[in-house]
Design a protein around this ligand. Structure first.
Ligand code: EPZ
Length: 441
Protein backbone atom coordinates (compact mmCIF):
# COMPACT_ATOMS: atom_id res chain seq x y z
CA UNK A 1 0.00 0.00 0.00
CA UNK A 2 1.17 3.57 -0.68
CA UNK A 3 2.56 5.52 2.26
CA UNK A 4 0.87 8.89 1.69
CA UNK A 5 -1.92 8.27 4.13
CA UNK A 6 -4.96 10.22 5.27
CA UNK A 7 -6.87 9.12 8.35
CA UNK A 8 -10.49 10.29 8.20
CA UNK A 9 -12.89 10.30 11.17
CA UNK A 10 -16.32 10.04 9.59
CA UNK A 11 -19.82 10.98 10.60
CA UNK A 12 -19.30 14.76 10.57
CA UNK A 13 -21.56 16.72 8.14
CA UNK A 14 -19.58 19.06 5.87
CA UNK A 15 -20.54 22.68 6.44
CA UNK A 16 -19.06 25.86 5.05
CA UNK A 17 -17.77 27.52 1.93
CA UNK A 18 -15.09 26.68 -0.62
CA UNK A 19 -14.16 28.08 -4.02
CA UNK A 20 -13.29 26.17 -7.19
CA UNK A 21 -10.96 27.51 -9.87
CA UNK A 22 -10.73 26.89 -13.62
CA UNK A 23 -11.60 23.43 -14.94
CA UNK A 24 -8.69 20.99 -14.98
CA UNK A 25 -9.95 19.58 -18.29
CA UNK A 26 -9.89 22.98 -19.97
CA UNK A 27 -6.90 24.62 -18.31
CA UNK A 28 -4.46 21.89 -19.37
CA UNK A 29 -5.65 22.12 -23.01
CA UNK A 30 -5.58 25.94 -23.05
CA UNK A 31 -1.96 25.68 -21.86
CA UNK A 32 -1.15 23.49 -24.88
CA UNK A 33 -2.94 26.01 -27.15
CA UNK A 34 -0.50 28.72 -25.97
CA UNK A 35 2.16 26.84 -27.96
CA UNK A 36 0.31 27.67 -31.20
CA UNK A 37 0.48 31.44 -30.71
CA UNK A 38 3.13 33.89 -31.82
CA UNK A 39 2.46 36.19 -28.86
CA UNK A 40 2.12 35.90 -25.10
CA UNK A 41 -0.97 34.21 -23.58
CA UNK A 42 -2.48 34.71 -20.14
CA UNK A 43 -4.64 32.15 -18.37
CA UNK A 44 -6.37 33.18 -15.15
CA UNK A 45 -7.59 31.23 -12.14
CA UNK A 46 -5.43 28.18 -12.86
CA UNK A 47 -5.64 25.56 -10.10
CA UNK A 48 -2.42 24.34 -8.49
CA UNK A 49 -2.80 20.68 -9.46
CA UNK A 50 -0.44 18.01 -10.70
CA UNK A 51 -1.79 17.96 -14.29
CA UNK A 52 -0.98 21.67 -14.63
CA UNK A 53 2.58 21.02 -13.39
CA UNK A 54 3.06 18.27 -15.98
CA UNK A 55 1.88 20.43 -18.89
CA UNK A 56 3.94 23.37 -17.62
CA UNK A 57 7.01 21.14 -17.49
CA UNK A 58 6.47 19.99 -21.09
CA UNK A 59 5.91 23.55 -22.33
CA UNK A 60 9.09 24.74 -20.63
CA UNK A 61 11.07 21.86 -22.14
CA UNK A 62 9.93 23.12 -25.55
CA UNK A 63 11.14 26.65 -24.90
CA UNK A 64 7.90 28.26 -23.73
CA UNK A 65 8.64 30.67 -20.87
CA UNK A 66 6.01 30.22 -18.17
CA UNK A 67 5.66 32.77 -15.39
CA UNK A 68 3.18 33.19 -12.59
CA UNK A 69 1.07 36.29 -12.03
CA UNK A 70 -1.27 37.04 -9.16
CA UNK A 71 -3.84 34.60 -7.88
CA UNK A 72 -3.49 31.63 -10.23
CA UNK A 73 -2.52 33.57 -13.36
CA UNK A 74 -0.09 31.85 -15.73
CA UNK A 75 1.67 33.73 -18.53
CA UNK A 76 3.09 31.84 -21.50
CA UNK A 77 5.71 33.30 -23.81
CA UNK A 78 6.15 31.09 -26.90
CA UNK A 79 8.73 33.34 -28.65
CA UNK A 80 11.50 30.72 -28.47
CA UNK A 81 9.80 27.37 -29.10
CA UNK A 82 12.46 24.72 -29.67
CA UNK A 83 12.96 20.96 -29.88
CA UNK A 84 13.29 19.14 -26.59
CA UNK A 85 15.45 16.24 -25.61
CA UNK A 86 13.61 12.88 -25.71
CA UNK A 87 15.08 11.75 -22.36
CA UNK A 88 13.94 14.97 -20.71
CA UNK A 89 10.44 14.66 -22.19
CA UNK A 90 10.33 11.09 -20.99
CA UNK A 91 10.59 12.24 -17.37
CA UNK A 92 6.88 13.00 -17.85
CA UNK A 93 6.05 9.54 -19.25
CA UNK A 94 3.09 7.92 -17.54
CA UNK A 95 2.07 11.06 -15.68
CA UNK A 96 -0.93 12.30 -17.67
CA UNK A 97 -2.88 11.97 -20.93
CA UNK A 98 -2.45 15.60 -21.97
CA UNK A 99 0.93 15.08 -23.77
CA UNK A 100 -0.92 13.47 -26.70
CA UNK A 101 -2.40 16.91 -27.43
CA UNK A 102 1.05 18.36 -28.12
CA UNK A 103 1.13 16.52 -31.51
CA UNK A 104 -0.52 19.14 -33.73
CA UNK A 105 0.98 22.23 -32.07
CA UNK A 106 4.54 20.79 -32.13
CA UNK A 107 4.18 19.67 -35.74
CA UNK A 108 3.11 23.20 -36.66
CA UNK A 109 5.83 24.92 -34.66
CA UNK A 110 8.75 22.53 -35.19
CA UNK A 111 7.79 20.11 -37.99
CA UNK A 112 8.27 17.15 -35.67
CA UNK A 113 7.11 15.92 -32.26
CA UNK A 114 7.98 13.31 -29.67
CA UNK A 115 5.18 12.21 -27.34
CA UNK A 116 6.03 10.14 -24.23
CA UNK A 117 3.96 7.14 -23.19
CA UNK A 118 0.74 8.37 -21.62
CA UNK A 119 -0.52 8.06 -18.06
CA UNK A 120 -3.85 9.04 -16.55
CA UNK A 121 -6.42 7.08 -14.60
CA UNK A 122 -6.79 3.34 -15.19
CA UNK A 123 -10.51 3.34 -15.91
CA UNK A 124 -10.47 1.36 -19.13
CA UNK A 125 -8.22 0.60 -22.06
CA UNK A 126 -8.09 4.28 -23.18
CA UNK A 127 -6.65 3.80 -26.68
CA UNK A 128 -5.46 6.72 -28.84
CA UNK A 129 -6.48 5.25 -32.20
CA UNK A 130 -8.87 8.14 -33.02
CA UNK A 131 -6.11 10.66 -32.32
CA UNK A 132 -3.62 8.91 -34.58
CA UNK A 133 -6.15 8.30 -37.38
CA UNK A 134 -7.06 12.01 -37.36
CA UNK A 135 -3.41 13.14 -37.33
CA UNK A 136 -2.64 10.87 -40.30
CA UNK A 137 -5.60 12.38 -42.18
CA UNK A 138 -3.98 15.80 -41.67
CA UNK A 139 -0.77 14.44 -43.22
CA UNK A 140 1.23 13.47 -40.14
CA UNK A 141 3.50 10.44 -40.23
CA UNK A 142 3.46 8.57 -36.94
CA UNK A 143 6.07 6.09 -35.82
CA UNK A 144 5.47 4.11 -32.63
CA UNK A 145 8.55 3.12 -30.62
CA UNK A 146 8.78 1.58 -27.15
CA UNK A 147 9.71 4.95 -25.61
CA UNK A 148 6.89 6.91 -27.28
CA UNK A 149 5.56 8.35 -30.54
CA UNK A 150 7.64 10.14 -33.14
CA UNK A 151 5.70 12.36 -35.55
CA UNK A 152 6.67 14.31 -38.63
CA UNK A 153 4.72 16.13 -41.34
CA UNK A 154 6.89 15.97 -44.48
CA UNK A 155 4.30 17.80 -46.61
CA UNK A 156 2.81 20.02 -43.89
CA UNK A 157 -0.61 19.59 -42.30
CA UNK A 158 -3.70 19.98 -44.48
CA UNK A 159 -7.37 20.39 -43.57
CA UNK A 160 -9.45 17.24 -43.87
CA UNK A 161 -12.89 15.69 -43.41
CA UNK A 162 -12.95 13.31 -40.49
CA UNK A 163 -15.71 11.44 -38.65
CA UNK A 164 -15.01 10.23 -35.12
CA UNK A 165 -16.29 6.69 -34.39
CA UNK A 166 -17.32 8.04 -30.93
CA UNK A 167 -17.51 11.68 -29.72
CA UNK A 168 -14.19 11.54 -27.88
CA UNK A 169 -13.25 14.66 -25.91
CA UNK A 170 -9.50 14.23 -26.40
CA UNK A 171 -9.71 13.37 -30.12
CA UNK A 172 -11.96 16.40 -30.75
CA UNK A 173 -9.36 18.58 -28.99
CA UNK A 174 -6.62 16.94 -31.05
CA UNK A 175 -8.44 17.89 -34.26
CA UNK A 176 -9.08 21.46 -33.06
CA UNK A 177 -5.47 22.06 -32.00
CA UNK A 178 -4.22 20.67 -35.34
CA UNK A 179 -6.80 22.12 -37.72
CA UNK A 180 -6.51 25.77 -36.63
CA UNK A 181 -3.14 26.19 -38.39
CA UNK A 182 -3.58 23.47 -41.06
CA UNK A 183 -3.91 24.59 -44.68
CA UNK A 184 -7.56 24.71 -45.80
CA UNK A 185 -10.80 23.66 -44.17
CA UNK A 186 -11.38 20.83 -41.71
CA UNK A 187 -14.77 19.33 -41.04
CA UNK A 188 -15.08 17.15 -37.96
CA UNK A 189 -18.18 14.99 -37.61
CA UNK A 190 -19.43 13.24 -34.48
CA UNK A 191 -17.38 15.71 -32.41
CA UNK A 192 -17.59 15.99 -28.63
CA UNK A 193 -19.24 19.24 -27.53
CA UNK A 194 -18.53 19.27 -23.78
CA UNK A 195 -18.44 22.77 -22.22
CA UNK A 196 -14.65 22.37 -21.84
CA UNK A 197 -14.41 21.95 -25.62
CA UNK A 198 -16.55 25.01 -26.29
CA UNK A 199 -14.29 26.93 -23.90
CA UNK A 200 -11.19 25.69 -25.77
CA UNK A 201 -12.83 26.91 -28.99
CA UNK A 202 -13.27 30.31 -27.29
CA UNK A 203 -9.54 30.32 -26.42
CA UNK A 204 -8.61 29.48 -30.02
CA UNK A 205 -11.01 32.09 -31.40
CA UNK A 206 -9.34 34.72 -29.19
CA UNK A 207 -6.03 33.67 -30.80
CA UNK A 208 -7.40 34.28 -34.30
CA UNK A 209 -8.82 30.86 -35.25
CA UNK A 210 -11.99 30.49 -37.31
CA UNK A 211 -14.11 27.68 -35.86
CA UNK A 212 -17.86 27.14 -36.15
CA UNK A 213 -19.92 24.63 -34.20
CA UNK A 214 -22.91 23.30 -36.14
CA UNK A 215 -25.87 21.15 -35.20
CA UNK A 216 -25.45 17.37 -34.97
CA UNK A 217 -21.89 17.40 -33.61
CA UNK A 218 -20.26 18.99 -36.67
CA UNK A 219 -17.35 21.41 -36.17
CA UNK A 220 -15.79 23.33 -39.09
CA UNK A 221 -12.37 24.91 -38.80
CA UNK A 222 -10.94 27.23 -41.45
CA UNK A 223 -7.16 27.10 -41.13
CA UNK A 224 -5.35 30.42 -40.70
CA UNK A 225 -1.64 31.10 -41.36
CA UNK A 226 -0.80 32.33 -37.87
CA UNK A 227 -2.28 32.73 -34.41
CA UNK A 228 -1.69 35.31 -31.73
CA UNK A 229 -1.93 34.93 -27.92
CA UNK A 230 -5.01 34.96 -25.67
CA UNK A 231 -6.24 36.19 -22.32
CA UNK A 232 -8.75 33.79 -20.85
CA UNK A 233 -10.65 33.09 -17.66
CA UNK A 234 -11.56 29.39 -17.79
CA UNK A 235 -14.94 27.88 -17.09
CA UNK A 236 -15.09 26.65 -13.49
CA UNK A 237 -14.38 23.00 -12.69
CA UNK A 238 -17.83 21.39 -12.90
CA UNK A 239 -16.35 17.96 -12.05
CA UNK A 240 -14.95 19.25 -8.80
CA UNK A 241 -18.20 21.07 -8.02
CA UNK A 242 -20.19 17.85 -8.43
CA UNK A 243 -17.72 16.01 -6.19
CA UNK A 244 -18.16 18.47 -3.31
CA UNK A 245 -21.92 18.63 -3.89
CA UNK A 246 -22.14 14.86 -3.46
CA UNK A 247 -19.93 15.09 -0.38
CA UNK A 248 -22.42 17.59 1.10
CA UNK A 249 -25.32 15.24 0.31
CA UNK A 250 -23.69 12.04 1.56
CA UNK A 251 -22.66 13.64 4.87
CA UNK A 252 -26.00 15.45 5.48
CA UNK A 253 -24.08 18.69 5.08
CA UNK A 254 -24.46 22.16 3.57
CA UNK A 255 -21.73 23.48 1.29
CA UNK A 256 -21.56 26.73 -0.67
CA UNK A 257 -19.28 26.41 -3.71
CA UNK A 258 -18.15 29.79 -4.92
CA UNK A 259 -17.59 30.07 -8.69
CA UNK A 260 -19.79 27.00 -9.43
CA UNK A 261 -21.84 27.69 -12.57
CA UNK A 262 -25.34 26.40 -13.27
CA UNK A 263 -25.24 26.37 -17.07
CA UNK A 264 -22.50 23.71 -17.28
CA UNK A 265 -24.14 21.47 -14.72
CA UNK A 266 -27.84 21.34 -15.58
CA UNK A 267 -27.91 17.57 -16.05
CA UNK A 268 -26.14 17.02 -12.74
CA UNK A 269 -28.45 19.46 -10.94
CA UNK A 270 -31.54 17.62 -12.21
CA UNK A 271 -30.22 14.34 -10.84
CA UNK A 272 -29.12 15.93 -7.56
CA UNK A 273 -32.67 17.25 -7.08
CA UNK A 274 -34.28 13.95 -8.12
CA UNK A 275 -32.22 12.08 -5.53
CA UNK A 276 -33.47 14.50 -2.87
CA UNK A 277 -30.62 17.00 -2.60
CA UNK A 278 -31.32 20.73 -2.45
CA UNK A 279 -29.41 23.50 -4.22
CA UNK A 280 -29.66 27.22 -4.70
CA UNK A 281 -27.95 29.16 -7.47
CA UNK A 282 -26.40 32.49 -6.46
CA UNK A 283 -26.14 34.61 -9.60
CA UNK A 284 -24.31 37.53 -7.99
CA UNK A 285 -20.95 38.45 -9.69
CA UNK A 286 -18.76 36.38 -7.35
CA UNK A 287 -21.59 33.88 -6.87
CA UNK A 288 -21.81 30.11 -6.85
CA UNK A 289 -24.14 27.29 -5.87
CA UNK A 290 -25.13 26.11 -2.40
CA UNK A 291 -25.75 22.37 -2.08
CA UNK A 292 -27.29 20.73 0.96
CA UNK A 293 -29.17 17.74 2.37
CA UNK A 294 -32.63 19.05 3.24
CA UNK A 295 -33.43 16.21 5.66
CA UNK A 296 -35.66 13.20 5.07
CA UNK A 297 -34.78 10.22 2.92
CA UNK A 298 -32.91 10.29 -0.37
CA UNK A 299 -34.51 8.57 -3.39
CA UNK A 300 -32.97 5.96 -5.69
CA UNK A 301 -32.42 6.81 -9.38
CA UNK A 302 -31.62 5.01 -12.63
CA UNK A 303 -29.22 6.75 -14.98
CA UNK A 304 -26.70 6.28 -17.74
CA UNK A 305 -23.49 8.21 -18.07
CA UNK A 306 -23.02 9.74 -21.50
CA UNK A 307 -21.24 12.38 -23.53
CA UNK A 308 -22.48 15.97 -23.15
CA UNK A 309 -25.27 16.91 -22.64
CA UNK A 310 -25.72 13.60 -20.84
CA UNK A 311 -24.74 12.77 -17.26
CA UNK A 312 -20.92 12.95 -17.17
CA UNK A 313 -18.92 9.85 -16.39
CA UNK A 314 -16.84 11.89 -13.91
CA UNK A 315 -19.97 12.74 -11.88
CA UNK A 316 -20.85 9.10 -11.48
CA UNK A 317 -18.43 8.02 -8.72
CA UNK A 318 -19.25 10.70 -6.13
CA UNK A 319 -22.96 10.30 -6.86
CA UNK A 320 -22.76 6.54 -6.22
CA UNK A 321 -21.59 7.25 -2.66
CA UNK A 322 -24.65 9.44 -2.07
CA UNK A 323 -26.85 6.72 -3.63
CA UNK A 324 -25.69 4.22 -1.00
CA UNK A 325 -27.75 6.43 1.35
CA UNK A 326 -30.88 6.50 -0.87
CA UNK A 327 -33.89 4.26 -0.24
CA UNK A 328 -34.44 1.60 -2.91
CA UNK A 329 -32.55 0.31 -5.92
CA UNK A 330 -30.44 2.73 -7.95
CA UNK A 331 -29.12 1.67 -11.33
CA UNK A 332 -26.04 3.10 -13.04
CA UNK A 333 -25.13 2.21 -16.61
CA UNK A 334 -21.59 3.49 -17.35
CA UNK A 335 -21.36 3.94 -21.14
CA UNK A 336 -18.22 6.10 -21.51
CA UNK A 337 -15.50 3.95 -19.88
CA UNK A 338 -15.62 0.17 -19.64
CA UNK A 339 -13.93 -0.13 -16.23
CA UNK A 340 -15.15 2.78 -14.18
CA UNK A 341 -17.00 0.91 -11.46
CA UNK A 342 -14.02 -0.80 -9.80
CA UNK A 343 -14.07 1.80 -7.03
CA UNK A 344 -17.36 0.34 -5.74
CA UNK A 345 -15.47 -2.63 -4.27
CA UNK A 346 -14.23 -0.31 -1.50
CA UNK A 347 -17.76 0.94 -0.83
CA UNK A 348 -18.93 -2.67 -0.42
CA UNK A 349 -16.09 -3.20 2.03
CA UNK A 350 -17.50 -0.22 3.97
CA UNK A 351 -20.98 -1.73 4.15
CA UNK A 352 -22.68 -0.66 0.90
CA UNK A 353 -24.76 -3.14 -1.09
CA UNK A 354 -23.65 -2.86 -4.72
CA UNK A 355 -23.80 -5.51 -7.41
CA UNK A 356 -21.99 -5.09 -10.74
CA UNK A 357 -23.27 -6.48 -14.06
CA UNK A 358 -21.83 -7.16 -17.49
CA UNK A 359 -25.18 -6.37 -19.11
CA UNK A 360 -26.24 -2.90 -20.25
CA UNK A 361 -28.77 -2.00 -17.54
CA UNK A 362 -30.01 1.05 -19.39
CA UNK A 363 -32.39 2.03 -22.14
CA UNK A 364 -29.64 2.12 -24.79
CA UNK A 365 -27.23 -0.76 -25.35
CA UNK A 366 -23.67 0.67 -25.29
CA UNK A 367 -20.31 -0.29 -26.80
CA UNK A 368 -19.49 -2.44 -23.77
CA UNK A 369 -22.49 -4.78 -23.76
CA UNK A 370 -21.75 -8.53 -24.13
CA UNK A 371 -18.03 -7.83 -23.84
CA UNK A 372 -17.39 -8.98 -20.31
CA UNK A 373 -17.02 -5.51 -18.82
CA UNK A 374 -18.67 -4.97 -15.44
CA UNK A 375 -20.12 -1.62 -16.50
CA UNK A 376 -23.56 -1.55 -14.83
CA UNK A 377 -24.22 -1.27 -11.09
CA UNK A 378 -27.23 -1.81 -8.88
CA UNK A 379 -27.01 -0.03 -5.54
CA UNK A 380 -29.41 -1.02 -2.81
CA UNK A 381 -29.83 1.45 0.04
CA UNK A 382 -29.77 2.95 2.48
CA UNK A 383 -26.68 1.29 3.99
CA UNK A 384 -24.78 2.28 7.09
CA UNK A 385 -21.18 2.82 6.02
CA UNK A 386 -18.35 2.04 8.43
CA UNK A 387 -14.68 3.00 8.35
CA UNK A 388 -12.18 0.85 6.44
CA UNK A 389 -8.59 0.73 5.17
CA UNK A 390 -8.55 1.65 1.48
CA UNK A 391 -6.14 2.31 -1.40
CA UNK A 392 -7.02 5.28 -3.66
CA UNK A 393 -7.49 3.71 -7.14
CA UNK A 394 -7.84 6.74 -9.46
CA UNK A 395 -8.82 10.40 -9.34
CA UNK A 396 -12.63 10.37 -9.28
CA UNK A 397 -12.95 6.93 -7.68
CA UNK A 398 -10.43 8.09 -5.08
CA UNK A 399 -12.37 11.22 -4.25
CA UNK A 400 -15.48 9.08 -3.85
CA UNK A 401 -13.57 7.00 -1.29
CA UNK A 402 -12.88 10.19 0.64
CA UNK A 403 -16.60 11.06 0.53
CA UNK A 404 -17.47 7.56 1.76
CA UNK A 405 -14.95 7.89 4.61
CA UNK A 406 -16.49 11.25 5.57
CA UNK A 407 -20.00 9.75 5.54
CA UNK A 408 -19.03 6.55 7.38
CA UNK A 409 -19.16 5.88 11.08
CA UNK A 410 -15.70 5.44 12.55
CA UNK A 411 -12.23 5.94 11.17
CA UNK A 412 -10.93 5.16 7.68
CA UNK A 413 -7.32 4.96 6.57
CA UNK A 414 -6.82 6.03 2.96
CA UNK A 415 -3.53 5.12 1.25
CA UNK A 416 -2.24 6.89 -1.87
CA UNK A 417 -4.17 10.13 -1.33
CA UNK A 418 -1.55 12.24 -3.12
CA UNK A 419 -3.14 11.06 -6.37
CA UNK A 420 -6.10 13.32 -5.54
CA UNK A 421 -3.77 16.34 -6.03
CA UNK A 422 -3.77 15.54 -9.76
CA UNK A 423 -7.19 17.09 -10.11
CA UNK A 424 -8.42 18.61 -6.83
CA UNK A 425 -6.61 21.77 -5.76
CA UNK A 426 -5.87 21.98 -2.03
CA UNK A 427 -8.40 19.29 -1.17
CA UNK A 428 -7.10 18.99 2.37
CA UNK A 429 -7.48 22.75 2.98
CA UNK A 430 -11.01 22.54 1.56
CA UNK A 431 -11.86 19.57 3.79
CA UNK A 432 -10.59 21.58 6.74
CA UNK A 433 -12.66 24.63 5.75
CA UNK A 434 -15.74 22.38 5.70
CA UNK A 435 -15.10 21.02 9.18
CA UNK A 436 -14.00 17.48 8.26
CA UNK A 437 -12.02 15.62 10.91
CA UNK A 438 -8.87 14.03 9.46
CA UNK A 439 -5.11 13.93 9.78
CA UNK A 440 -2.08 12.78 7.82
CA UNK A 441 -0.67 9.56 9.25
C1 EPZ B 1 -11.55 13.39 -21.04
O1 EPZ B 1 -10.78 12.20 -21.23
C2 EPZ B 1 -11.33 13.78 -19.60
N1 EPZ B 1 -9.91 13.97 -19.39
C3 EPZ B 1 -11.87 12.71 -18.68
O2 EPZ B 1 -11.72 13.14 -17.35
C4 EPZ B 1 -13.35 12.51 -18.97
O3 EPZ B 1 -13.84 11.45 -18.20
C5 EPZ B 1 -13.55 12.19 -20.45
O4 EPZ B 1 -12.92 13.21 -21.28
C6 EPZ B 1 -15.02 12.09 -20.84
O5 EPZ B 1 -15.68 13.30 -20.54
C7 EPZ B 1 -9.33 15.10 -19.75
O6 EPZ B 1 -9.94 16.01 -20.29
C8 EPZ B 1 -7.87 15.23 -19.44
P1 EPZ B 1 -12.49 10.53 -24.35
P2 EPZ B 1 -10.46 11.68 -22.70
O7 EPZ B 1 -11.48 10.56 -25.45
O8 EPZ B 1 -10.37 12.82 -23.63
C9 EPZ B 1 -12.64 6.09 -26.16
C10 EPZ B 1 -10.85 13.06 -15.16
O9 EPZ B 1 -10.92 12.33 -14.13
N2 EPZ B 1 -11.56 6.47 -27.07
O10 EPZ B 1 -13.72 11.35 -24.51
O11 EPZ B 1 -9.31 10.75 -22.60
C11 EPZ B 1 -12.15 5.99 -24.70
O12 EPZ B 1 -11.50 4.78 -24.46
C12 EPZ B 1 -10.75 12.42 -16.53
O13 EPZ B 1 -10.80 14.30 -15.10
C13 EPZ B 1 -11.12 5.57 -28.02
O14 EPZ B 1 -11.64 4.45 -28.13
O15 EPZ B 1 -11.80 10.87 -22.97
C14 EPZ B 1 -13.44 6.17 -23.93
O16 EPZ B 1 -14.13 4.94 -23.87
C15 EPZ B 1 -10.90 10.94 -16.49
N3 EPZ B 1 -10.09 5.94 -28.85
C16 EPZ B 1 -14.24 7.15 -24.81
O17 EPZ B 1 -13.64 7.10 -26.12
C17 EPZ B 1 -9.50 7.15 -28.78
O18 EPZ B 1 -8.56 7.43 -29.55
C18 EPZ B 1 -14.24 8.57 -24.33
O19 EPZ B 1 -12.90 9.02 -24.13
C19 EPZ B 1 -9.96 8.07 -27.81
C20 EPZ B 1 -11.00 7.71 -26.96
Amino acid sequence: MSDDVLVVHGGVPLHGEIRVRGAKNLVSKAMVAALLGEAESRLYDVPAIRDVEVVRGLLELHGVRVTEGEDGELIFDPANVESANVDEINVHAGSSRIPILFCGPLLHRLGHAFIPNLGGCRIGNRPIDFHLAALREFGAVVEKKPEGLYLTAPNGLHGTKFTLPYPSVGATEQVLLTAVLAKGVTELRNAAVEPEIIDLICVLQKMGAVISVHTDRVIRIVGVPRLSGYQHRPLPDRLEVASWACAALATHGDVYIRNARQVDMMTFLNVFRTVGGAFEVDDSPEGGIRFWHPGGELSAVALETDVHPGFMTDWQQPLVVALTQARGLSIIHETVYEQRLGFTEALVKMGATIQLYRECLGSTPCRFGQRNFLHSAVISGPSKLHGAELEIPDLRGGFSHIIAALAAEGTSTLHGVDLINRGYEDFEAKLQALGARFERA
